[in-house]
Design a protein around this ligand. Structure first.
Ligand SMILES: C[S@@+](CC[C@H](N)C(=O)[O-])C[C@H]1O[C@@H](n2cnc3c(N)ncnc32)[C@H](O)[C@@H]1O
Length: 687
């Protein structure tokens, strides 16, 4: 397991800094045990991991540079590349990082789809790649079982505090007039509504949307839960962006109501020109012999406007004065049926959908299209700090918005990165083709041009592991006999009378980790148990810190376990990493990269565990590989993706042999292979 952190490449954020968060003033306020304000929060630096540009791949190189849509980058932090930003880390730390690095007040739209406190572990089914049938034993597909992507089991109070803190920070990031969309379901929507109203003020709530995500659900003991709730709030109502959305009318409706012919083929309906109730002034007075007062109504318009409409031929006069005049509304001018707060026309992602990424709880792109189109304009910045499979970023990208995404789960970051590479590559190819064919004027119905064709991936506070974080914690708990307590967002479990905390295994235990532990204990005054703190290594200062802390302490003493030196407990970290055999050669101006073999001990171990499978043998190494990325001129720090081989369908395999433009002599070519469990291995080759 490689635990070496990458070099920090954000010059402005070399050291942790503190950012201040304004207190929430809204009423009413919800109370929970352990509720605490978030006055200050520490912002950690970010490390750049990967860069992707759709105009910088071997295939797109030949095409002319595409014309990008407009965006105002003038307030964009100088240290950051213009493009999408994808952060791997706990969103509390990522949001603090964004606040400390120039994004305060810059975000136009936030959509979040946080864990719903549903009490479930969200898993993804993992399978090997390849045509159906080739990777089988005894008629079974080689399935690698399920991999926990994230856990949604909390105690109520912890969940509310978790959400409260994120919402307070999101409000700081929002621009004046910016909007927050929060996706929730019946488990916690009633509580979350109070929390958002406290944070944003109750006047900020614009809508509570009901999204009927499925037609039926067979819950035998209750009425089927078929809808989710979206809360839509604005920070600064006067300046909000609001693009009203419409649905096309059904042809039957139009045929029934918009069927009167003007004689020139234009169809219209004759709409009411009056509204109920008496009014003084010209809208209440007799016009052209018709007195609204006698009917207890008034004109919808003043006399001058009625005259103007009539002059324009827009008034329908019933034959022989048989009724009040009416307003002609033409069928060809209809925008559609205004969308209301019940959304029952958007369907969840089904198993056959092109957009399906196999990430649990993936939301449909149509839902995000409606949200993003209604409350932002091309060029605006959209943020989702629970990005999951990347739906918000993909849709923002397709609609010409800028975007920032974040997730704590490495699988989510990999899925989002793959998805965005695909979207940007398609956009780049379409733009290049349009430019070549001289289609410089966009059609009215064309989506807005993308304002970026590149993005970078960052890590905040070193959450990277060569194995997934969730998986590492599971393994550590198994090996140490720790019983997981999934309802506690801070401690990982218990062992006997000890409360156990597993420090992320990508860095040695530091005094900073221990300070976080002390702060947590301050909020749990009743906690009397001693603590087991597990880490991969320990900084000397951390050991000193613990010795000092434990001195004369009656309760909450800290016991340390260091996996690296603990032969028995640390056995699992001997876990063999994936190996990749690859070659890179020059053929004139061309670089040829050939992968000869990939062995993933984790996948083999998983297959060996399966019933019915005697000893796993994988005839084609490509079955274990999810994708291959190549950086032709690796600088040792950030991985610049020059080529990404990410087969869209599960039955397709990566190519394994690649040709690219050759880099200068002596360059380092880096080949990153990601296996079907999300483990990564990077091979560096000098050419
Ligand atoms: C319901 S899913 C989002 C699904 C997403 N809307 C989509 O369409 O794919 C929630 C996501 O929040 C992430 N998450 C949970 N806690 C987090 C935290 N503290 N920081 C960042 N991401 C977190 C989970 O890993 C998960 O990917």
């Amino acid at each position: 397991m490689n635990t070496r952190p990458m070099t920090d490449t954000t010059p402005a954020a070399k050291k942790p800094t503190e950012v201040t968060i304004t207190r929430a003033k809204g009423r009413p306020m919800l109370s929970w045990v352990g509720k605490k304000p978030l006055g200050r929060v520490t912002a950690f630096p970010a490390q750049a991991i990967e860069r992707f540009s759709a105009t910088n791949t071997s295939t797109a190189d030949a095409a002319p540079a595409p014309a990008l849509g407009t965006a105002d980058w003038s307030k964009w932090p100088q240290d950051l590349p213009h493009g999408g930003l994808l952060y791997h880390g706990d969103n509390k730390e990522v949001l603090a990082h964004l606040l400390a690095n120039g994004f305060r007040g810059q975000v136009k739209l936030v959509y979040i789809d946080p864990p719903f406190d549903s009490g479930a572990d969200y898993v993804r089914k993992v399978q090997l790649r390849g045509p159906k049938g080739t990777m089988k034993i005894d008629g079974e597909d080689y399935a690698l079982g399920e991999q926990v992507q994230y856990t949604d089991i909390w105690s109520n109070d912890n969940y509310l505090q978790f959400m409260y803190e994120r919402l307070l920070m999101l409000r700081e990031l929002l621009a004046d007039g910016g909007t927050l969309w929060m996706h929730c379901d019946w488990h916690r929507s009633h509580l979350l509504r109070l929390v958002v109203e406290e944070v944003f003020g109750e006047e900020s709530l614009m809508n509570e949307i009901v999204w009927k995500r499925t037609a039926s659900r067979n819950d035998s003991k209750t009425f089927g839960h078929v809808h989710d709730t979206l809360l839509y709030l604005v920070k600064g109502v006067e300046n909000r962006t609001w693009n009203r959305q419409f649905l096309e009318y059904a042809p039957e409706y139009l045929d029934k109501y918009y069927s009167q012919d003007d004689g020139d083929g234009r169809l219209y309906t004759a709409d009411n020109l009056t509204a109920s109730g008496l009014r003084n002034g010209s809208s209440g007075s007799t016009w052209r012999g018709f007195s609204p007062r006698e009917k207890g109504v008034h004109w919808k318009y003043k006399t001058e406007e009625l005259d103007r409409l009539d002059k324009a031929g827009l008034i329908y006069w019933p034959k022989g004065g048989a009724g009040f005049p009416r307003l002609k509304r033409y069928r060809d001018e209809l925008k559609g049926k205004p969308i209301d707060s019940i959304w029952d026309d958007l369907f969840a992602v089904n198993s056959q959908a092109d957009e399906r990424s196999d990430y649990p709880t993936q939301k449909p792109e149509t839902l995000l299209e409606r949200v993003i189109m209604s409350c932002s304009n091309p060029g605006d910045l959209v943020l989702d700090c629970f990005i999951g499979s990347g739906t918000t970023a993909a849709v923002a990208q397709k609609l010409g918005r800028r975007w920032i995404g974040c997730d704590i789960n490495k699988g989510a970051i990999q899925t989002t990165a793959k998805r965005l590479q695909g979207v940007m590559r398609e956009q780049a190819q379409a733009l290049a083709a349009a430019t070549q064919q001289g289609e410089l004027v966009a059609r009215d119905d064309a989506p807005p041009a993308p304002c970026q064709l590149s993005f970078s991936t960052w890590r905040v506070n070193d959450y990277d592991l060569h194995i997934q974080h969730n998986e590492a914690v599971e393994l550590a708990c198994q090996h140490l006999g720790i019983t997981r307590t999934r309802t506690d967002p801070f401690f990982d479990g218990t062992r006997g009378t000890l409360l156990a905390k597993i420090i992320p295994l990508n860095h040695p235990l530091t005094p900073l980790d221990l300070e976080a532990l002390r702060t947590e204990l301050k909020n749990r005054p009743e906690e009397e148990r001693d603590l087991l703190v597990v880490s991969l290594g320990q900084e000397h200062k951390a050991r000193e810190w613990v010795a000092h802390y434990n001195h004369n302490r009656p309760v909450n003493k800290i016991h340390l376990t260091e996996l690296r030196t603990d032969r028995k407990a640390g056995g699992f970290i001997q876990h063999e990493p994936m190996t990749v055999q690859a070659r890179a050669t020059r053929e004139g101006e061309t670089l040829v990269v050939q992968i000869d073999d990939v062995v993933s001990p984790s996948i083999i171990a998983r297959l060996d565990l399966q019933e019915g499978v005697f000893r796993a043998s994988i005839p084609d190494w490509r079955a274990v590989v999810d994708c291959v990325l190549i950086d032709v001129h690796h600088n040792g720090e950030v991985f610049n993706v020059a080529l990404a081989d990410v087969p869209a369908r599960k039955q397709d395999l990566v190519a394994g042999r690649y040709t690219l433009p050759a880099p200068p002599a002596g360059a380092t070519v880096a080949v990153k292979v990601i296996d079907m469990l999300g483990e990564e291995s990077v091979v560096r080759l000098t050419v």
